[in-house]
Design a protein around this ligand. Structure first.
Ligand code: PLP
Length: 402
C-alpha cells in the first residue's frame, strides 16, 4: 500500500489506526502453500497473531485451517465459519475443564502434558489426539537458535516418551498426530532438518499415525539485513524429507503447519499522529497518540519496528526518540532517523500485523484503535474504534459507606 493511501485512511478513520493489507495476506498464504510440494498439506493460521473476525474469515475463504490456543479463540474461529475439524487446539497449562469444552466442540486436540494425557485416556479413550513433543534440541550451544530447550514449558519431554507410550498402550489411546512448535527460528535448514528427523523417529512408534504438525517459527524481516525464512528454499528441502518419510511408511501423511507471524506481520501498518515535539539537551522526543497500550512489542521484547514519517517522506532526516503518551516509559524507538517531523504528522509503524492489536490493552483507560482491512482497493472497517461504553460495560458502581 502506498503512503498516500495510508494518509487518506488516517484522515478518513482518524488515528491511532491499524491497517491490514488483505492482498498481501493472500499473497503470503499462496506463497506458503506453493512452497510445500506434498500430497496432503494443511495450513492452520495461528489466530493469536491477529484475531480479528474478518481476518479469520479471510483465512477461511483461502482454505486455511486455524490454530487456537484458548477456548475463546476456538469460539471466534467457529463464529468466523471454520469447521471444527479444521481447528487445532494447542493450549499450554490450561485446566482440564477447558480441554473438555474444546472436545465437546469437536476440534482437534493437542495434548501438551502427561497429566492431561492420563485424564483423556481415562475419560475419552476413543478420542484421537495429537501429542506435543518437546525435543530439547540445542544447536551449536547458541540459545538464540536452540529449539525447545530443556527448561521450555511447552510440550512433553522427549525423554518421557517411554512413559507416554506406556500410557497410550494402557488406555488404548489413538494418536492421530505428533505436534512440535518450538517458536524458534526456522532459518537454518540444518536445524529444521534435525527436528524433522527426530519427529520422524518418534512417529515410527505409532503405526496408525495420520499427521505430523510442525507448528511454526517462520521468521519475517523487521528491518533491512534481518534474517528471515526463505520459504521456497525451506519448502524444497522439507518437502523432500517429508515425501521420503511417507514413502518409507508406504502411505501419505498429512503435513501441517501453523504460521501466524509469517502470514500477517508485514501486512499490518499502525498509523499514529504526532502530538508533541519536545526538544531536550539530550535528544528530540516525538510523542505520538499511542503507547504500549496499543503496540507493546518494542517495550516487551525489545522488538524493532521500522517507523516512517509518511506526511513528509522526501525531506531531510534528523534523529528522534519516538515515545508514546502513556504515563510509564513507553519508548517505541531511540535515536531513530526520520524525515523531519512536525506536530500533526502521521508516523507509520511497519510489521504491525502480528502480535500488535492482539496484545493491546486499555492501560491508562485509553481506548483501542479501529482496524481497517484493505482488499482489492476497498477499505473495510473491520473493528470500530472503542468507546467509553466498552470500558464501563462490565463495571458495577456499588454503593458503600466508609
Ligand atoms: C504462537 C503459535 C504459533 C504461531 O507462531 P508464529 O511465530 O506467529 O508463526 C503456532 N503454533 C503454536 C502452538 C503457537 O503457540
Amino acid at each position: 500500500m502506498t503512503n498516500n493511501q495510508l494518509i487518506d485512511l488516517a484522515g478518513k478513520y482518524g488515528t491511532p489506526l491499524y491497517v491490514y493489507d488483505g492482498d498481501l495476506i493472500i499473497e503470503k498464504f499462496k506463497a506458503f502453500k506453493k512452497a510445500f510440494k506434498v500430497n496432503d498439506l494443511k495450513i492452520h493460521y495461528a489466530s493469536k497473531a491477529l484475531t480479528n473476525l474478518s481476518i479469520l474469515r479471510l483465512f477461511n475463504k483461502l482454505g486455511s485451517g486455524l490454530d487456537c490456543v484458548s477456548i475463546e479463540e476456538i469460539q471466534l474461529g467457529l463464529k468466523a465459519g471454520f469447521d471444527s475439524q479444521d481447528i487445532i487446539y494447542t493450549p499450554n497449562g490450561v485446566a482440564f475443564e477447558e480441554y473438555e469444552e474444546a472436545i465437546s466442540l469437536g476440534v482437534k486436540i493437542t495434548v501438551d502434558n502427561i497429566s492431561v494425557l492420563e485424564k483423556i485416556g481415562h475419560k475419552y479413550p476413543d478420542l484421537p489426539i495429537f501429542l506435543r513433543i518437546n525435543p530439547h534440541l540445542m544447536a551449536g550451544g547458541n540459545t538464540k537458535i536452540s529449539v525447545g530447550h530443556i527448561d521450555s514449558k511447552f510440550g512433553i519431554s522427549i525423554h518421557q516418551m517411554p512413559m507416554v507410550l506406556r500410557l497410550i498402550k494402557q488406555y488404548n489411546i489413538e494418536v492421530e498426530g505428533l505436534h512440535i512448535h518450538t517458536g524458534s527460528d526456522i532459518i537454518d535448514p540444518d536445524i529444521f532438518g534435525r527436528v524433522a528427523e527426530l519427529i520422524f523417529s518418534i512417529a515410527d512408534e505409532f503405526e496408525n499415525i495420520q499427521s505430523l504438525d510442525f507448528g511454526s517459527g517462520f521468521k519475517v524481516p523487521y528491518k533491512e539485513g534481518d534474517l528471515f525464512t526463505n520459504i521456497e528454499e525451506i519448502g524444497v528441502q522439507f518437502s523432500k524429507m517429508f515425501n521420503d518419510y511417507c514413502k518409507k511408511r508406504g502411505r501419505d501423511l498429512t503435513l501441517r503447519f501453523e504460521p501466524g507471524k509469517y502470514m500477517v506481520s508485514e501486512a499490518g501498518s499502525f498509523l499514529t499522529k504526532v502530538n508533541v515535539i519536545k526538544q531536550t539537551t539530550a535528544c528530540t522526543f516525538v510523542a505520538v497518540d499511542s503507547g504500549f497500550n496499543h503496540l507493546i512489542r518494542p517495550m516487551f521484547y525489545n522488538a524493532y519496528h521500522e517507523i516512517e514519517n509518511i506526511s513528509n517522506p522526501n525531506d531531510d532526516k534528523r534523529m528522534y526518540s519516538v515515545v508514546g503518551y502513556i504515563c510509564e516509559s513507553d519508548t517505541f524507538a531511540e535515536d531513530r532517523k526520520l524525515n523531519i517531523v512536525h506536530e500533526g504528522d502521521i508516523l507509520r509503524f511497519k510489521n504491525a500485523g502480528a502480535y500488535c492489536f492482539s496484545m493491546a490493552s486499555n492501560f491508562n483507560s485509553r481506548l483501542k484503535p479501529a482496524e481497517i482491512l484493505v482488499l482489492k482497493g476497498q477499505d473495510l472497517l473491520v473493528r470500530k474504534r472503542e468507546t467509553l461504553e466498552v470500558l464501563l460495560a462490565n463495571q458495577n458502581e456499588v454503593e458503600f459507606d466508609i
